[in-house]
Design a protein around this ligand. Structure first.
Ligand code: AHG
Ligand code: MN
Ligand code: MN
Length: 335
């Protein structure tokens, strides 16, 4: 045996016994995501070369312009998750309604629902900046043998059985958790294989980076404004650095490795902020907690919020535990 990093395939086999449900099911799910990730990676990488850039001429349910790659990534992930006898329903940021997966499942035997943000940070595509994919996986709560229902998708974030993201960056990485820590795999594009490059990722408990769209500053709640000023103050370990890519996956990934806080607060123009609870905040919150970090809406843990609709938005503060604690302390002064 040579002393080389494990592949994702080897890692899945080695760790699947710790999955609380059928190990084969988890493997099939991760394999499906891995395959779609490679296809989307290929498309993202050639985005500058072919006529694939630019708006597709459509808007999604939130009224935002859809880029062609959004549509393509959505298609690839849905295709890959379907027809494997595992997934009974898919909800996507790019689809108005959830999709019931019926093919090869005449008797509604499949047990998992997947929620995805197929292309996160899509406004960055045209300018060659990192984008990502976010996924979140639950066991259905309706009985097997019946059609999937909305309540299968509107579960507490705490119920996630797996979650993760792919970051299409200077290298492409797949980072995921099944509730036993967070592991990161880097794609070797020459042979199309993901290798375990970041085992047991830990969020530093403190950090020196804050990530927020400061263009919205005047609209933020006073507690958040005060916290931003605190980040900028001169002190032993401050001012902190400001780093904001505008692609949650990339901002989160950097902060998890280096230590930092990501913030998308509510504001006087968007009373729930921008990010979606089910496709963006819950999976990132699960990863954050699994890596020893923290995710909050400013008051409560994200994973304890009760979802009421597929596309709902929520204020989001996520990162190094001590930084999120501090943010909550500032916010609580104005309750
Ligand atoms: P998406 O591309 O899936 O719509 O998500 C974009 C999100 C998130 O990735 C990013 O952090 C945030 O929007 C940036 O928003 P602002 O441009 O308002 O800062
Ligand atoms: Mn997104
Ligand atoms: Mn998106």
């Amino acid at each position: 045996m040579t002393n080389r990093n494990k592949t994702l395939g080897e890692f899945i086999i080695e760790t699947q016994h710790s999955f609380q449900y059928s190990s084969g099911e988890l493997s099939k799910l991760i394999h499906a995501l891995r395959l779609a990730a490679k296809v989307v990676n290929h498309e993202v990488n050639k985005a500058g070369l072919v006529d694939i850039l630019g708006a597709a001429g459509d808007t999604n349910i939130q009224g935002e312009d859809q880029q062609k790659l959004d549509v393509l990534a959505n298609e690839k992930f849905i295709q890959s998750l379907t027809n494997r006898g595992i997934v009974c329903g898919i909800a996507s940021e790019e689809e108005d309604h959830y999709i019931e997966v019926n093919s090869q499942d005449e008797n509604h035997q499949n047990k998992y629902v997947v929620l995805i943000d197929p292309l996160d940070g899509s406004s960055n595509i045209d300018v060659n900046v990192s984008v990502g994919t976010i996924f979140s996986i639950y066991r259905r709560i309706t009985p097997v043998g019946t059609p999937v229902k909305m309540k299968d998708f509107l579960q507490l974030g705490r119920n996630q059985v797996a979650a993760g993201y792919i970051v299409y960056g200077t290298s492409t990485m797949l980072v995921y958790t099944t509730g036993h820590g967070v592991n990161g795999f880097t794609l070797n594009p020459a042979i199309g294989t993901f290798y375990l490059s970041h085992p047991k990722i830990q969020f530093p408990s403190d950090g020196k980076i804050y990530s927020v769209n400061e263009g919205n500053y005047i609209h933020f709640p006073q507690g958040v404004k005060d916290y931003i000023k605190y980040c900028q103050e001169e002190d032993a370990d401050r001012p902190y650095k400001s780093r904001y890519i505008g692609s949650l996956v990339s901002d989160f990934h950097r902060n998890m490795i280096k230590g930092g806080i990501y913030m998308y607060p509510k504001s006087s123009v968007a009373n729930k902020g921008k990010l979606r609870l089910l496709y963006e905040c819950n999976p990132m919150a699960f990863l954050a907690e699994q890596a020893g970090g923290k995710a909050s809406d400013g008051e409560s843990p994200i994973l304890d919020l009760v979802p009421t609709e597929l596309h709902e938005r929520v204020p989001f503060f996520c990162g190094s535990k001590n930084m999120v604690d501090k943010l909550e302390e500032f916010v609580s002064k104005y309750k």
